[in-house]
Design a protein around this ligand. Structure first.
Ligand code: UD1
Ligand code: CA
Length: 452
């Protein structure tokens, strides 16, 4: 039996007060609906049906590359009407799982449990108990505890309003049953909508069982309707990720002050101070220390790397035992080999720096190839751009770059060269030489300063 997943994402999301469709708002840097798609993929579903409506073209564009069928719901006439749009795509012998583009934190394990509970001719329904069930569809159970109906808040009696178990909307059932029941749907209710929830009553009255599984974590099944809920779920998601890291042996100075927006692979005995933001694919080797307020994006850090406070590392590889910062910026295409030291206010772009080399202070190294044990003095600038093209600077092993040096690229400085402070290097320098370009110092005795 194949699994088809139908994701409802056609709602307007007016309470977001946004020009961006609701399901494209991000949690942990990823659109809400993408979270749901990724979770559905984990279940091994090859058949995914996305019901879109308002602003749907934008959703399609952003969520591109996803191999799913896009089904347009022209008018939002209710959740049942939304699912009806996908019916022509479903095979009768499929089992169908219904998810929501705005319920991002649903876990694959919960859904697996739900699907395993589908009765042979019935429905498996995910419910949740809420201290304030106002607004939600209430779960009506009989004296034996079997679910017999869902009553929407607006259609419920005063007595039913007291029920604290509510419908999450998430359910699993067989496609043939779903088709039969949705075929009988009417919109004769308080909201004049076609309610998906009516299939519960239909199943029950046909004598089929409806298994209600109560979700343990109410935030896992909470939908996003406004930016307050968006922020709440963001924090919850971040706290789950922080717990996961700590249980894998990572020290977090404050688990509520780290943000992970991507996939991270962090080894044991890494320690991360407050305010870190990890984006994209980040891997950090054991013993590494990340200082306060660092941003790491798509980068690989070796073992025992130190990234000091307020540094930014993007699309770079940092080798074992290297240190960066504080206040350093490592830009895309940078490779630092082992034991490299980059100090404060140093910017490195698209450069490779070999083992044991240092640039401790206030420098710009762009398009450089730097050998081993090179010392780059304070205020060194690679002049890599001529206004049209970028050029390379090569510093071979053991070069000593004096402070306030300009390296006008393209230029190659041979092994062991000493560059005197204040030099502007404009042509290649042979190995072992001293290179100096300075006007000779003059002294004028008893200098009289100008007077007003
Ligand atoms: C629905 C359930 C309710 C449940 C609640 C949980 C029904 C009739 N009611 O109510 O029992 O407690 O969710 O949040 O199902 N959507 C479409 N097309 C439509 C209508 C809705 O795609 O025509 C999508 C929305 O984008 C949203 C979801 O379905 O993601 C739920 O719709 P919403 O209008 O929020 O349903 P509720 O009235 O909250
Ligand atoms: Ca809702």
């Amino acid at each position: 039996m194949a699994l088809s997943v139908v994701i409802l994402a056609a709602g307007q999301g007016t309470r977001m007060r946004s020009s961006l469709p609701k399901v494209l708002h991000p949690i942990a840097g990823k659109p809400l609906v993408q979270h749901v798609i990724d979770t559905a993929r984990k279940l091994g579903s090859e058949s995914l049906h996305l019901i879109y409506g308002h602003g749907g073209e934008a959703v399609k564009e952003i969520i591109d590359g996803e191999d799913c069928s896009w089904v347009k719901q022209e008018q939002q006439l209710g959740t049942g009407h939304a699912v009806i749009q996908a019916l022509p795509n479903l095979n009768d012998d499929d089992s169908v799982l219904i998810l929501y583009g705005d319920v991002p934190l649903i876990k694959a394990s919960t859904l697996t449990d739900l699907m395993e509970a589908i009765p042979s001719k019935g429905i498996s329904l995910l419910t949740v108990k809420l201290s304030d069930p106002t607004g939600y569809g209430r779960i009506v159970r009989d004296s034996e505890g079997a679910v017999t109906a869902i009553v929407e808040h607006k259609d419920a009696t005063v007595e039913q309003h007291k029920i604290d178990e509510v419908n999450t909307g998430i359910m699993a059932l067989n496609a043939s049953d779903l088709k039969r029941w949705l075929g009988q749907l009417t919109n004769e209710n308080a909201q004049g909508e076609y309610y998906l929830t009516d299939v519960i009553g239909m199943a029950s009255s046909e004598g089929h069982s409806v298994v209600g599984i109560i979700a343990a974590d109410e935030l896992e099944v909470e939908g996003v309707n406004n930016r307050i809920q968006l922020a709440k779920l963001e924090r919850h998601y971040q706290s789950l990720q922080a717990l996961e890291l700590m249980s894998c042996g990572v020290t977090l100075s404050d688990p509520s002050r780290i943000d992970i927006r991507g996939d991270v692979d962090i080894a044991q005995d890494v320690s991360i101070d407050i305010g870190a933001i990890l984006k994209g694919k980040v891997s950090i080797g054991s013993g590494s220390v990340i200082g306060a307020n660092c941003i790491l994006e798509n980068c690989t850090l070796g073992n025992n790397v130190t990234i000091k406070d307020n540094s930014i590392v993007e699309d770079a590889i940092i080798g074992d035992d290297s240190s960066v910062g504080p206040f350093a910026r490592i830009r895309p295409g940078t490779i630092l080999k082992e034991d490299v030291h980059i100090g404060n206010f140093v910017e490195v772009k698209k450069s490779t720096i070999a083992k044991g080399s240092k640039a401790g202070h206030l420098s710009y190294l762009g398009d450089c190839e730097i050998g081993e044990n090179v010392n780059v003095g304070a205020g060194t600038i690679s002049c890599n751009y001529d206004g049209k093209n970028k050029h390379k600077t090569i510093l071979e092993d053991d070069v000593f770059v004096g402070s306030d040096t300009q390296l006008v690229a393209p230029v190659r400085v041979g092994k062991g060269v000493t560059i005197a402070a204040g030099t502007t290097v404009t042509s290649d320098v042979s190995a072992g030489a001293l290179v100096i370009s300075r006007t000779k110092q003059r002294e004028i005795a008893n200098w009289k300063r100008p007077k007003k």
